[in-house]
Design a protein around this ligand. Structure first.
Ligand code: OSB
Ligand code: MG
Length: 375
């Protein structure tokens, strides 16, 4: 596979509703897409950074910088026999997992087209349907939250995840649990608590939660192991896990019983597979997290979710929950049973709407062999 051209674009897309987490409110997304041409085929990837360094340390602008100055110039013109060789090409770039993932995943799209296989089959996926949940942003009142939960359950979603933060936690979870005693329910704190809050977090043990996602600091596996020892509820790590080593360390130190795999956060499909395999060997269930992606990131998430260790419903939801018009066709739809059917065609399995993408693009940069042709 000879990498002939890389195009990086930034799009502006407005979510249908603002999304509030412990670190802030998001509605206007700055989405980065990567389009790679190799052997005459076109592959797409999405860089799943958010706009500020408040989920992890990457942002839309750091990713733009790293791809522009350290990834695209090194990678364009290179010959690789498979997408899995991409990480070795950029071995010298520390961190910046999401920036790397956007480029690597475009190569996986190309390799799957070349082999005439759906991407999920190339990755080793085994499932033709994936189970879906939703992640609900923080609401003003428990009452407002109950209404949303009811709507999402009506749509068929199999698991409800509530974003929480100090002051907006126990009352909200209690209200939902009282109204819906038997649903699969979890919470996600996005690092809003400290180990000293253990007594407070133990109150959550009353609500039969499937998991508490990333309660403590984004880079602190050790404190999670101290907290897990004091909780009945399973901790799920999100922010802390960037690669297989982190996953193994977290599992062996008892820091979590579940892991959320995000393709961007772990640096792309190669690393995601390794994290998945490490968890599976150790009987740790995994599920696919989301980053308010466009359809391109979502299509990659769907492919990854077909691997056999993805046994819990993911934050992979219908296009219409996020966007009035998504970047792919058909839009991702979820059945009344809370399932997405995995596409059967070669590659990503969705058509990329190039005209719409052009319309939403606010800046782009192209690398062709070793020469940058436009800015
Ligand atoms: O922690 O899972 C998270 C969105 C942005 C940043 C972090 C997270 C999230 C979500 C949304 O929970 C998941 C989605 O629906 O895409
Ligand atoms: Mg999370």
């Amino acid at each position: 596979m000879r990498i002939e051209q890389i195009m990086l674009r930034e799009l502006r897309m407005r979510l249908r509703a603002p999304f509030e987490t412990s670190f802030g409110i998001t509605q206007d997304r700055r989405i980065l897409l990567v389009e790679v041409i190799a052997d005459g085929l076109i592959g797409w990837g999405e860089i799943t950074t958010i706009e500020s360094p408040s989920y992890n340390s990457e942002t839309t602008d750091t990713a733009w910088h790293i791809v522009s100055d350290f990834i695209a110039p090194v990678v364009v013109g290179q010959d690789v026999s498979a997408a899995g060789e991409f990480p070795a090409l950029i071995n010298g770039v520390r961190g910046h997992y999401m920036a790397k993932a956007g480029v690597e995943n475009a190569l996986w799209d190309i390799e799957s087209q070349q082999k005439g296989l759906p991407l999920w089959k190339l990755l080793g996926g085994t499932k033709e349907e994936i189970a879906c949940g939703v992640s609900l942003g923080i609401r003003d009142s428990p009452h407002a939250l109950l209404n949303t939960v009811e709507e999402e359950l009506h749509c068929g979603y199999q698991r409800i995840k509530l974003k929480i933060k100090p002051g907006k936690d126990l009352d909200f979870v209690r209200a939902v649990r009282q109204e819906f005693p038997d649903i699969l329910l979890s919470v996600d704190a996005n690092s809003a608590y400290r180990l000293e809050d253990a007594d407070h977090l133990r109150e959550l043990d009353k609500f039969k939660l499937l998991m508490i996602e990333q309660p403590l600091e984004w880079d602190d596996i050790h404190s999670h192991s101290r907290l897990q020892a004091q909780l009945q509820t399973a901790i799920c790590l999100d922010e802390c896990i960037n690669n297989e080593r982190h996953a193994v360390g977290a599992i062996e130190s008892g820091a979590c019983r579940i892991i959320n795999i995000k393709l961007g956060r772990v640096g792309g499909h190669s690393s995601a597979r390794k994290v998945h395999d490490a968890c599976r060997t150790r009987k740790i269930p995994v599920w696919c997290g989301g980053m308010l992606e466009s359809g391109i990131g979502r299509a990659h998430n769907i492919a990854m979710s077909t691997l056999p260790g993805f046994v819990l419903p993911g934050d992979v939801s219908a296009s219409s929950r996020y966007w009035t018009e998504d970047l792919i066709e058909p839009h991702v739809e979820v059945t009344s049973g809370g399932i997405i059917s995995v596409p059967k065609t070669a590659g990503l399995g969705y058509t990329v709407k190039r005209e719409l993408i052009d319309r939403l693009t606010v800046r782009s940069r192209t690398w062709k062999d070793r020469v940058q042709v436009s800015a």
